[in-house]
Design a protein around this ligand. Structure first.
Ligand SMILES: Cc1ncc(COP(=O)(O)O)c(C=O)c1O
Length: 385
């Protein structure tokens, strides 16, 4: 019997999925581990997709996405992300995830090093490894508000470093990188001749009204910044799988070309839904944002009242809470929390070595369940310590 590819066999199963499956099997569990918005896709988007399907928009589309959608995305990027990206520099993909994968596929040679934040979005180091690259973690600490220090980053650059990956607003920390920092990071990449891949899929989920999202692309003068966005979280459209990258012309051409052997093109019906999302009323989107902001306030109050240690998130739909595991591994702690207290959280270890000692709670649950979940978490931490 032939063996499967070594890279596939070596690939670990996501711990968050282990927890997800256990939590799903436990009736009444308070589910704070998920990154799935608690809202359904707004009705006008669903209707527009059904209408598009009936009207015959059911075939293959261009590799890089429908021209009409890319035109609308160019306006969205100018309005929300504050830079100019002509439609031909935008490539629509099946989710932000595929945009990220395609960027690494386009830009990484085997052996290349990629600077990746920890705690950070877990899928990244897996993608880099799958493609033969080497993830090099840069640690983020609560004391610095989980913001990277450009000087420390510079000290990690070697002759093999090919790319700096950043994520703002950041999963799981909720940090929103200030404009000055974004500029410094682009300048660092200029000095060291690195690609800068900036994951900005939470660009419109700013929870702290004083925080402002700043795109890395605003400071790109050398054609080295690629930004990635998604309809998943902002429009509650995770299952539709629509994301996109904005890239300098030559990179956008590669990304578009690489769609053919991977997926041919993103779903045409989903792209019609995305067009409706951009053209339709803003109120349903505003209402979801208001709910996340309200839940954040409730979570901060409950966590303070329960004596938990945390860093208030400025954006995204997550919050990291510090826990003392009493010597248990993070996943063991999370499974015990679920079994003994009926609350599921994402163990920090899934976010790389910098996630040790934290759990991530999601603001996708309703306010009362978030508050109850945090109280139970505090009780578990007290018992465990
Ligand atoms: C930081 C970050 N980037 C990218 C994604 C991918 O999202 P999607 O593929 O649904 O667009 C996620 C999803 O959780 C995320 O948290």
């Amino acid at each position: 019997m032939k063996n499967p590819a070594a890279r596939a066999a070596a690939f670990p199963r996501s711990e968050i999925r282990v927890l997800f499956d256990r939590a799903a099997a436990r009736e009444g569990a308070i589910r704070l581990e998920v990154g799935e918005p608690s809202f359904k896709t707004p009705d006008h988007i669903v209707e527009a997709a059904a209408e598009a399907a009936r009207a015959g928009h059911t075939g293959y589309g261009p590799n890089g996405g429908l021209a009409g959608l890319r035109e609308l995305l160019s306006h969205k990027i100018a309005r929300v992300d504050g830079f100019t990206a002509p439609p031909e520099n935008i490539v629509v993909t099946p989710g932000g995830m595929n945009a990220l994968f395609s960027c690494f596929l386009a830009l990484l040679d085997p052996g290349d090093e990629v600077l990746i934040p920890t705690p950070g979005f877990p899928n990244l180091d897996h993608i880099v490894r799958l493609l033969g690259g080497r993830p090099v973690f840069y640690p983020l600490s609560a004391a610095d508000g989980f913001l990277p220090d450009p000087d420390r980053l510079a000290s990690l650059v070697t002759g093999r470093t090919s790319m700096l990956f950043v994520n703002t607003p950041a999963n799981p920390t909720g940090a929103v990188y200030p404009a000055g920092l974004m500029q410094n990071l682009v300048e660092l990449c200029d000095r060291s001749d690195l690609w800068l891949l900036s994951d900005e899929v939470y660009d419109e989920l700013i929870l702290d009204e004083d925080a402002v999202h700043t795109s890395a692309a605003r400071y790109d003068t050398a054609g080295r910044v690629i930004t990635v966005y998604s309809f998943s979280k902002v429009y509650a459209m995770t299952g539709w799988r629509v994301g996109y990258a904005a890239a300098p012309g030559p990179v956008a051409g590669l990304l578009s070309k690489l769609q053919e052997p991977q997926v041919s093109c993103p779903s045409t019906i989903s792209q019609k839904a995305a067009e409706a999302a951009l053209l339709g009323p803003r109120e349903p989107i505003r209402a979801m944002l208001d709910a996340y902001r309200r839940r954040r306030r409730a979570a901060l109050a409950a966590a303070s009242e329960a004596g938990l240690s945390f860093v208030a998130p400025a954006g995204t739909m997550y919050m990291l809470v510090r826990v003392e595991t009493g010597g248990r591994s993070m996943i063991r702690f999370a499974l015990d929390l679920l079994d003994d207290h009926g609350v599921s959280v994402a163990p920090g270890s899934v976010f790389g070595p910098g996630g040790e000692g934290y759990v991530r709670i999601s603001l996708a649950a309703d306010d009362l369940r978030i508050v109850e979940g945090l109280h139970r978490l505090a009780a578990a931490v007290r018992v465990g310590s």
